[in-house]
Design a protein around this ligand. Structure first.
Ligand code: HEC
Ligand code: HEC
Ligand code: HEC
Ligand code: HEC
Length: 387
């Protein structure tokens, strides 16, 4: 009896040490650093671990730009036979741009005699469009130009190059296709959620918000504008709320940020309390929809099956394709400015719509900044849902 009691006493401090060690093991080293993102006291604070941040920096370094081309006042289009998008580029800059494209998109094991050109070109006839890769690349050039010219509200000043997504891979590391899910089973209704998926960051939420919100123009907003708004069960319902949260989880994960990078979590819907980053996000959602619809989906018939999902749809772009876990791709490296061929307009197309305005006063000037009334877009209850 005595010995047992004694043993118990001894065990207690030991257990305490063990628990303390376990807890210390769960702490992050070195301690995270915090940055205030919004008004004082509203919890808009970002935490980063300097160690993981350093690793992320290392994995997201932009390559050095190629040496500038010797300027020659002869356009490539007056020399080559089949230029549909780069005809107005001076010929030396054109050749430089082709070399850069090979570096950015063609994996080194596909190079022949030190050249990546053969991935897209029939070397006996450079003008021929025989390889599907060349046809895809032409659409990609248009997509990249479109982003740099017409989506400045999202991508400036960094801009976009093929490297932003490809990083030396033929297929960017982060692409997506429609997830067909599994057939409903007799054991109960599964709907489109509660299956392990990295897209909504493994949350128990709909597993394919990308098809829902990027293939369709489904309304993301779900909060009625006023307390007495007529509730439209087509837009304001639990299923749509779960869809919105699945999309938001994906967005946060893609950028490596918390919800409060964009929102004041006391009122997710209110634009006046959101940060300017949320406005950037608003443009991004529209840009992604457009990029897939206009520049990737039309390639469906020419892409081989290995470039498509189980339902035969092409691999597409979303936030993670460019961002890769960082709030500004490649930590905001201004790479595109060195590639003027990618900065000039593509064939004329309509300008994107305007985003709602957001106010994000720097903490010191809180009183001076008036609240802005957002220009109305996608307000729940006024627009009807697609699904
Ligand atoms: C990722 C695909 C891709 C790679 C790699 C590539 N090109 Fe191209 N190339 C294209 C596309 C697309 C066009 C057509 C552009 C247009 O329509 O304006 C083109 C057009 C050309 C043309 C014009 C041919 C003509 O007469 O119409 C030449 C020359 C050329 N490329 C040279 C090169 C060289 C040299 C390399 C390697 C350093 C290279 N390309 C690598 C996609 C590629
Ligand atoms: C916003 C992201 C993004 C940018 C920027 C981008 N691409 Fe792509 N690219 C993709 C995606 C997604 C695919 C996969 C399409 C598919 O095969 O379904 C792809 C596929 C390709 C392929 C097909 C490769 C293969 O082996 O099937 C080529 C070639 C290509 N891109 C060239 C380019 C060039 C050249 C540029 C720059 C002018 C560029 N891309 C810019 C996202 C991007
Ligand atoms: C990169 C910026 C960004 C991040 C990070 C972000 N959101 Fe959003 N959120 C937006 C944008 C933009 C919209 C509006 C989209 C639209 O209307 O097309 C939105 C809309 C919403 C809405 C709907 C508001 C309404 O009008 O009813 C909710 C709820 C929401 N977000 C929650 C979250 C949560 C929860 C997180 C974290 C998991 C999060 N958001 C992370 C940008 C962001
Ligand atoms: C074609 C590539 C591309 C895609 C796709 C993309 N972005 Fe971006 N995004 C950029 C670039 C480039 C910047 C940096 C702009 C700058 O220099 O400030 C940026 C910046 C941002 C910022 C501002 C960062 C900050 O902290 O101020 C937000 C927020 C953002 N993106 C959200 C999104 C969301 C949400 C999506 C998906 C719906 C998305 N982006 C898709 C290229 C992209």
């Amino acid at each position: 009896m005595r010995t047992t009691l004694f043993a118990k006493h001894k065990a207690l401090p030991l257990a305490a040490v063990g628990v303390a060690l376990l807890m210390a093991g769960g702490c992050e080293r070195p301690p995270p650093q915090s940055t205030q993102l919004g008004y004082r006291g509203v919890g808009q604070i970002a935490f980063v671990n300097p160690r993981t941040l350093a690793a992320l920096h290392e994995a997201n370094i932009a390559p050095e730009s190629l040496a500038p081309a010797v300027p020659i006042p002869v356009n490539a289009g007056s020399v080559y036979q089949n230029l549909q998008v780069l005809g107005d580029v001076p010929i030396t800059e054109f050749t430089r741009q082709m070399s850069a494209i090979a570096e950015w998109v063609v994996p080194k094991d596909q190079w022949v005699n030190g050249q990546g050109c053969v991935y897209c070109h029939d070397l006996n006839n450079m003008a021929a469009d025989t390889k599907y890769q060349k046809v895809v690349a032409r659409s990609m050039i248009k997509m990249t130009k479109r982003a740099n010219v017409d989506w400045k509200a999202h991508v400036a000043p960094s801009g976009v190059t093929c490297y932003t997504c490809h990083r030396g891979n033929a297929i960017p590391q982060y692409v997506w296709t429609t997830n067909p899910g599994e057939k409903p089973r007799a054991s109960g209704y599964v709907g489109d959620q509660n299956r392990l998926s990295p897209v909504p960051a493994f949350a128990s939420l709909p597993y394919d918000p990308l098809t829902t919100y990027f293939d369709q123009e489904k309304v993301v907003a779900l909060t009625p504008k006023t307390a007495v708004s007529p509730i439209d069960p087509k837009t304001v319902n639990t299923k749509n709320a779960e869809g919105t949260y699945a999309l938001m989880n994906y967005i946060s994960k893609s950028l490596g940020v918390g919800c409060n990078h964009c929102h004041n979590s006391r009122q997710f819907a209110d634009w006046a309390q959101s940060s300017p980053a949320r406005v950037k996000g608003w443009y991004a959602i529209r840009m992604v929809r457009e990029a897939n619809k206009n520049f990737i989906m039309p390639l469906t018939d020419i892409l081989p099956a290995s470039r498509k999902g189980p339902l035969g749809d092409p691999m597409r772009v979303a936030c993670e394709t460019c961002h890769q876990g960082v709030n500004k791709p490649l930590f905001g490296a201004e790479m595109a400015k060195d590639y003027p061929a990618l900065l000039t307009p593509p064939a004329p197309s309509p300008a994107p719509a305007a985003a709602p305005a957001a106010a994000a006063p720097p903490p010191a000037q809180v009183e001076a900044v008036p609240a802005l009334e957002p220009k109305v877009t996608g307000v729940a209850g006024t627009a009807s849902a697609v699904m």
